[in-house]
Design a protein around this ligand. Sequence first.
Ligand code: GDP
Length: 443
Amino acid sequence: AMFDSLSRSIEKAQRLIGKSGTLTAENMKEPLKEVRRALLEADVSLPVVRRFIKKVEERALGTKVLEGVTPDVQFIKTVSNELIDLMGGGTGAKDLEPGFPQIILMAGLQGVGKTTAAGKLALYLKKAKKSCLLVATDVYRPAAIDQLVKLGAAIDVPVFEMGTDVSPVEIAKKGVEEARRLGVDAVIIDTAGRLQVDEGMMAELRDVKSAVRPSDTLLVVDAMTGQEAANLVRSFNEAVDISGAILTKMDGDSRGGAALSVREVSGKPIKFVGVGEKMEALEPFYPERMASRILGMGDVLTLYEKAEAAIKEEDAQKTMERLMEEKFDFNDFLNQWKAMNNMGGLQMLKMMPGFNKISEKQLYEAEKQFGVYEAIIGAMDEEERSNPEVLIKNLARRRRVAQDSGKSEAEVTKLMAAYTSMKAQVGGMSKLLKLQKAGADPQ
Ligand code: GDP
């Protein structure tokens, strides 16, 4: 609803604009305001918004506007890309630092969901076939220890505790010793939180940290924290040098602006997201999802994707025309390969719940292969690119291309084979097309 008016004005502008231009200070002004408002409404801290906007503005200036979209849409797409880049690729369990055992220290204010997150993480690791030990060090609140013991029982993970008469540092140390004795893969240490950032809590965290030297120190942040998130993250990061964060309560209304604040202020990634009270409600962090949630501009981005698809269609059309003339060089190969693997499509799929597992891998493989081909083709000269036979017949040239692209000769050979096979396929297609055009029955 918030972007209804924006969508409308974009549609109107679209009819007026016609051909593509570039992003200028002038045509970025309005969308800049919209983005700024969206970020603030998503509770991104004000200084973070300012720095972010300034950076994107500088970067976007002079960017070509895609045909069929307005500068507004182009700008928002740039912002979205920038957000995704900035928040980085958190990917769950493999995002935790290695260790034998892995020692994960949980930090955060009281009530943010720290104890719950400790239990969730234990279950998450358990599902990834890693054994865990939970350690309760909140000696100020017996209820907190009970809570962890109950959670542990519910997910069948042992909990180490020494009551409330021993210091947190001592309990943490003994806990790690116990983890070594048990031979578990990971030990998760829950710590005491306070209602506000205070020196006592930080000093204790520092002591526990230097006593057990954790592989990960995860700051648990409540997504509802709002504007204060930036200060909170700064304090914790300065005091104990966190390695990442868990953003909890993302099942609520929050648009997740804290995610951006965490990353921008500390440079550390969000590693997990809590999405409910149940122990299963922990997910890896997906920057694309978070970016679109923060911006809340789904419709606008859809508009952009549509324009992009239309351009791709045009490319395909051009390739088709070249095909009819039986021209098919390495440039066509790249276009065709990309279209075939529909990498844009996979990107979209990845954002949908349930699909992220399969498509993430597919996307990765496809992009990796594409990257190799792109590098090799990039190292060719104009003649080789537009006349592949030159290269296929000349070993010395292939060697040079391999060397210049930093890829192996085997990979260059693989590309030649892929090219030849695709050319044969499209050759067949083009004959069919010609027959059809001539009015003959292709059967
Ligand atoms: P701690 O004081 O930081 O250890 O916080 P707790 O783990 O005790 O959690 C505080 C409250 O938040 C509890 O009622 C939890 O059930 C709830 N909670 C924790 N994580 C989430 C979450 O991701 N979503 C929702 N909706 N509630 C959560």
